[in-house]
Design a protein around this ligand. Structure first.
Ligand SMILES: O=C(O)CCC(=O)C(=O)O
Ligand SMILES: [Fe+2]
Length: 275
């Protein structure tokens, strides 16, 4: 197996392994690489829906996403799809998945099933690099802070997606979510300090209103997505990417209007987060 960093701070490309038949030793190495680099890209994989599910189960539990459409025959698999006549995509702004859960998903295994002729890349940003890049004053300001996260404004009736042409495809409009997490967490496996607020689901700092929270939140969000914290995943047929939601944020580019794109996602269960 060969590991090649994709960018100085974020992402690793792993070659010389077939995910559908990988040894326990390689699995351990892959997990560690993802915890550390935030996202790993595997090319030319022969990876059926059954392989996808079996590999996810070897990692740990599967969290079924409450909102995306599910694959009819394999309800463990969520479909991340944009049709040629749709203008809105799923995940087209910087976010980390499921931060609105008390025990957020560890990450996802995303498989390219149908790609547009060009575009549709996914950007990732490394939250360890983001935290390290903050000034000492900013680090001191957020030390010990906690923040509230929810998905309700995104997915509820009349919410952000409901106002778009993606609204009709999504489920779970009646769900209520909400969780509090430290603003700086320690990665459960690497111990690295990571910034854990995001633009999509983080609403306010505890003890402050939304309006009072926004100036600091914006400062952190801007610092988090500096170009030098990022890497770009360019999908090809057979590409599988696995990411860690604690180590990274992601942003799905929406630059292929008029074309179809379909990805299969299995969301992996995580563990409670701590400062
Ligand atoms: O379509 C993509 O590249 C990623 C979409 C997304 O945000 C997700 O699957 O969590
Ligand atoms: Fe996402």
């Amino acid at each position: 197996m060969e590991l090649t960093p994709m960018a100085p701070q974020c992402g690793v490309e792993i070659s010389g392994v077939s995910l559908a038949n990988c040894s326990d030793a390689k699995m351990r190495e892959i997990k560690h690489a993802i915890y550390e680099h935030g996202v790993a890209v595997f090319r030319d994989q022969d990876f059926s829906p059954e392989d996808h599910i079996a590999f996810a189960k070897r990692w740990g539990g599967i969290d079924i996403n409450n909102y995306f459409p599910l694959e009819d025959e394999h309800p463990e698999i969520a479909i991340v799809r944009k049709k040629p006549d749709q203008k809105t995509n799923i995940g087209g702004a910087w976010h980390t998945d499921h931060s609105y859960d008390q025990i957020p998903a560890m990450g996802s295994i995303l498989v390219a099933r149908e790609l547009p002729p060009e575009g549709g890349d996914t950007l990732f940003a490394h939250m360890g690099a983001a935290y390290d890049s903050l000034s000492d004053e900013l680090k001191a300001e957020i030390e010990g802070l906690e923040a509230f996260h929810t998905a309700d404004h995104v997915y509820e009736e009349g919410g952000i997606y409901a106002q778009t042409d993606m609204g009709g495809d999504l489920r779970g409009q009646g769900l209520k979510t909400g969780a509090t997490h430290p603003v700086v967490i320690r990665h459960p496996h690497t111990g690295r300090r990571l910034l854990y607020v995001n633009g999509a689901f983080t609403i306010n700092f505890l003890g402050k209103t939304r309006a009072e929270s926004l100036p600091l939140l914006h400062k952190l969000l801007d610092a988090a997505v500096r170009d030098d914290n990022q890497c770009r995943v360019k999908w090809r047929p057979g590409t599988v990417a696995i990411w860690d939601n604690r180590t990274t944020w992601h942003n799905a580019m929406n630059d292929y209007h008029g074309h179809y794109r379909e990805m299969h996602r299995i969301t992996l269960s995580g563990e409670a987060l701590a400062a």
